[in-house]
Write a protein that binds this ligand. Sequence first.
Ligand code: IMO
Ligand code: MG
Length: 423
Amino acid sequence: MKSIDVVLGLQWGDEGKGKVVDVLAPRYDVVARFQGGPNAGHSVCFNGTGFVLHTVPSGIFRQGSVNIIGNGVVVDPVILMEEVAQIEANGIRTGEKLKIAKRASLILPTHRILDAAQEASKGKSKIGSTLKGIGPAYTDKAGRASLRIGDISAPDFKERYATLKAAHLREISSLGYTEFDITEYEQRWFAAVEAMTRFEFIDNEVDINRRLDEGATVLAEGAQGSLLDIDFGTYPFVTSSSTLCAGACTGLGVAPSRIGQVFGIFKAYCTRVGSGPFPTELDNETGDTLRRIGGEYGATTGRPRRCGWLDLVALKYTVKLNGATALIMMKCDVLSGFDTIRVCTGYEMDGRSIDWFPYEAADRPVTPIYKEFKGWKGDLSGIRTYDALPVELKDYIAFIERYTGVPVKVISIGKDRDATLFR
Ligand code: IMO
Ligand code: MG
């Protein structure tokens, strides 16, 4: 039975995955994160309170659903336990609901330092990493050196930690990076490792498949976005995991034949935080307006996000890579008030016009070709039916559907749970 649905970002992250998962969660028995780590910042907002989740699945606020941190995730115990404290301070219990994969890799304090050292050594060509240790942690995973959640209970856990730490310190030193002190973070890290043991550590692939066999439904929650994917993103300006739908299979231990709906999320415009190509970037007043109205500052790092028009060439590419069956369009409210809206429908590169996202975009400028739409005015936040949306917005949506060949099933017109229209 196809009972795993997947929610993932189709752009460069920050599409609104947290809100969408929170809205959809009551329809599922299990919500499971399948990749990434505390580089993610998933915002959920209800009853006037906002939360930012980095590691905990965004289904945690709903009663009844089990939340699993999958084997594909990299976990920093300090950040995880801070999140748990924030959630519990608001009267929401996590104990029974949250389960962690034994096969998930740990982010060590020295992974964070390594991340900083590697970025510093890159100078101008730095990735703009979130400095959470993501790249180095996945490097160790691929290098078969990781410590994993299931190792926490091993009698030689501390020795293995010391060995890995020593290897990291050698590498940090070889990069000439000296300005750091992990004493305090390391103490908090070990305390958080201890505190984490109150959660159940599971063989998530066995657990999830058993639940599916018994008829349960699962919502897989992606982090980052398809254009940050390790294989198909704008390499090397990417993250270090598989952010595509395929990552849900390897990051949870489920077969592709189990996947049902693939919900691809995109913003009504584009943003990117960190370095790397961004064909429709608006390095001008319009970009500043999008940033201001959209509150486009990183939920994890606070950095201002780069803003630009919607790029349909890139969107069609990621729709294809994921096999998206439905689109979810976020932040339509932010575009209210523009006289005209532009959308990229093609690229020009080396004097040729192309309609795919080229390998060469990583190091050669591509010029976007735009189609212009009439804008709309007024506050959308009170609207509760699709039909009541401005006709110009409906035209814009219809064009996106025609271009990508996939229906837009959900439209978000504000931060809150309730500002969500279903079609
Ligand atoms: P969510 O899940 C937006 C970006 C970083 C950097 C690159 C690599 O909230 O959508 P990393 O720390 O992974 O080594 O950084 O990826 N990045 C994100 N951008 N949203 C995210 O997550 C991101 N996670 C990483 O800015 O350019
Ligand atoms: Mg984010």
